[in-house]
Write a protein that binds this ligand. Structure first.
Ligand SMILES: Cc1cc2nc3c(=O)[nH]c(=O)nc-3n(C[C@H](O)[C@H](O)[C@H](O)COP(=O)(O)OP(=O)(O)OC[C@H]3O[C@@H](n4cnc5c(N)ncnc54)[C@H](O)[C@@H]3O)c2cc1C
Length: 373
């Protein structure tokens, strides 16, 4: 058994950023990441201006990593389309490249990172926690940062629903489609969900979808089956015409239907800081999951360093996140119904400024972080 001051479960953006900031502040941190190597994850790979700001504070420049610029949003519904300039300049970068950069940064700042180690359970002790890893290691820690993303070890699960499935495929588009996509993210309202298409680094395009689990299960496996399913959405099918898939089949992940925000935490004897998706889930495409991941990481690190309580951290996060969660919930609900689709089409066609406002309202409103975070 080993003992550490702070253990971080999960080495995605939220966990790696928390570990990086804690290590930079001189705290003893051990990060445990199940995957041996950074890997592709289901994500629209859209980096908002808030995400960019948080990355800059970590010392990471997505453009130096090859991120593509995004200045416009196009919305395609079954009834028409519209486009608007984004209220900020955004970027797009594959998660494999982004996650690797943040985790490498944490190690550079002095965090210990065990990759290829999966935590099976976390049990509260009189003070602190005991972690059991699938590989047999037992770790004791005073403070636990929970950053395992969509899922959690059984003993820390929180009962959120898993009725949606996200899918992701990287593609090389035909020349005309690649040209049309330059500088913009395109959102397509599908009969049962929605899809996003944008360029990431190296001229690759990322196609990402969110569908009810039952619909996703009926598509069948492999790129050909997904492309056939998307043929029912002509605007998207045109973009995909002649595209070459870079993987045999799409990556998939389960997630909740709407927004979710963690309630309640164990008492002060067992400090637990949920960050990223473990703290909150904002509906994808209308939301800013990576900004929440990085911002919650900074807030958790700051509370831990100044000896604050998890309850105070949670209260602060609720104040910051709830407004964006509400707007994102309404917009994703609209996209799921015909009447809502009609409204969104009208907005996209005749009131693109309103589209900009919606894009702004689904972002976090972040105060300046305390110095050092
Ligand atoms: C369809 C879809 C599209 C999205 N598009 C966007 C977008 O365009 N822009 C945006 O900002 N956000 C987007 N999001 C949200 C964004 O992907 C998440 O908010 C973000 O990944 C959260 O980061 P995280 O670090 O909390 O979790 P993750 O990135 O999931 O990282 C969790 C890590 O924990 C590890 N782990 C899990 N269990 C264990 C364990 N037991 N032991 C050890 N390690 C473990 C995993 O291997 C993983 O590396 C999207 C989400 C979905 C579903």
């Amino acid at each position: 058994m080993i003992a550490v001051e702070i253990a971080v479960l999960g080495g995605g953006p939220a966990g790696a950023a928390t570990a990086s900031l804690l290590a930079a502040a001189g705290r003893e941190v051990l990060l445990l990441e199940r995957a041996a190597e950074p890997r592709h994850k289901v994500c629209g790979e859209f980096l908002s201006v808030e995400t960019g700001t948080s990355l800059a504070r970590l010392g990471i420049d997505p453009q130096a990593l090859g991120a593509a610029s995004i200045e416009r949003l196009s919305l395609w519904t079954p009834l028409g389309s519209g486009a608007a300039a984004l209220p900020f300049r955004a970027l797009s970068l594959s998660r494999r490249r982004l996650d690797r950069a943040i985790l490498d940064r944490a190690v550079k700042k002095g965090a210990a990172a065990w990759r290829g180690v999966s935590v099976r359970s976390a049990e509260p002790l009189d003070t602190g926690w005991r972690l059991r890893c699938r590989q047999g290691e037992i770790i004791r820690c005073r403070t636990l940062v929970l950053a395992t993303g969509k899922l959690a070890p059984r003993t820390l699960a929180d009962g959120r629903d898993g009725s949606r499935v996200g899918l992701k495929m990287h593609l090389r588009l035909a020349a005309e489609a690649a040209h049309a996509l330059a500088g913009q993210v395109e959102l397509f309202v599908l009969p049962y969900g929605y899809a996003g298409l944008a360029r990431v680094e190296d001229g690759v395009a990322n196609l990402c979808l969110l569908l009810p689990a039952g619909v996703a299960a009926g598509i069948g496996s492999g790129w050909a089956a997904l492309r056939d399913f998307l043929a029912a959405t002509p605007a998207l099918a045109r973009r995909l015409d002649g595209a070459a898939a870079l993987w045999e089949k799409p990556y998939a992940v389960v997630c909740p239907a709407g927004g979710y925000l963690r309630r309640g935490l164990p008492g002060p004897e067992n400090p637990l800081y949920p960050v990223g998706d473990r703290l909150a889930h904002i509906p994808p495409f209308t939301g800013d999951g990576l900004a929440i991941a990085l911002h919650s990481a900074a807030a958790a690190a700051e509370h831990i360093c100044r000896g604050g309580s998890p309850a105070a951290y949670l209260a602060e996060m609720r104040r910051r996140i709830v407004p964006a969660l509400r707007v994102a919930g309404v917009v994703s609900g609209l996209a799921a119904h015909r009447t809502g689709s009609v409204m969104l089409t009208g907005i996209a066609k005749y009131a693109p400024r309103l589209l900009r406002t919606i894009a702004r309202q689904t972002r976090l409103s972040l105060p300046s972080p305390p110095s050092g975070f």
